[in-house]
Design a protein around this ligand. Sequence first.
Ligand SMILES: [Zn+2]
Length: 199
Amino acid sequence: MKVKQNLRVRIDADAMERIWHWTDLATGEFSCLGTVTDDIIVGGVQLFDQICTAASTELDQEALGKFLVTHPQPERVRAWIHSHGRLGVFWSQQDEACIDGLANDACLISIVVNKKREWKARIDVWQPFRLTFDDLPLEIRVPDQNLRSECEKLFNAHVVEVQPVLLPDLRGLPRQPYQPNHRQGGGWPDFDDDLADWR
Ligand SMILES: [Zn+2]
């Protein structure tokens, strides 16, 4: 299918590193959630309260609800990542149920990893049709460290920043920064009033 050929999941290097740390720390399984941009880049991975065993991780609905309520961008939480510990990477029946439990009107990115640094990534959509795109490439997005200095050079070469001009206030009130689009007391007089003064 052509659409699948171009599909890939990207993940911020920082997010991937956190996932590997938690994978190493967990004896068995663990789950975390992440945000997804419109370009399908996973980032901002976070843990939530959970009870894990060697072979399962419960996606507790109450903990999930609490997580989403306190998240600054709950509508962006569209990635579910979990580890299988020392087991292989595959989608278990429980995983399929979990993915369906996270159904939404956009999409869900799921990534399963293990301690051997293996992974599997998929995208599920429910609207307008239920579709699963499995075994997608997972690309790690490394921030370009040189971009900042290049941007600074270009910024300094092209942008002149001027401080706001402070106009003296003749009535002896504290001086206000000059703000042509904002005047206290109802804004600029309208054109007809201006004309009236000159008649
Ligand atoms: Zn699983």
